[in-house]
Design a protein around this ligand. Structure first.
Ligand SMILES: [Zn+2]
Length: 62
């Protein structure tokens, strides 16, 4: 039995975004923000650039 997405408790600071290749909903952990990761869907699996959320504090250091 697969739990519905609504029943899954996500970390408070997870980011939801859409895979540009398969248009499915994904979520990323803070460690993944701004990095590249493969799409977890087996029929996609393409590299995705994880966006950084607006609420993430932006430092000026670069
Ligand atoms: Zn995908």
């Amino acid at each position: 039995m697969v739990p519905a997405p609504e029943d899954i408790k996500l970390p408070s600071h997870s980011l939801k975004f859409i895979c540009p290749h398969c248009r499915r909903k994904l979520s990323a952990t803070p460690e993944q923000f701004g990095t590249e990761m493969p799409c977890p869907f087996v029929n996609c699996g393409k590299p995705i650039q994880v966006p950084e959320p607006d609420w993430k504090s932006v430092g000026g250091g670069g």
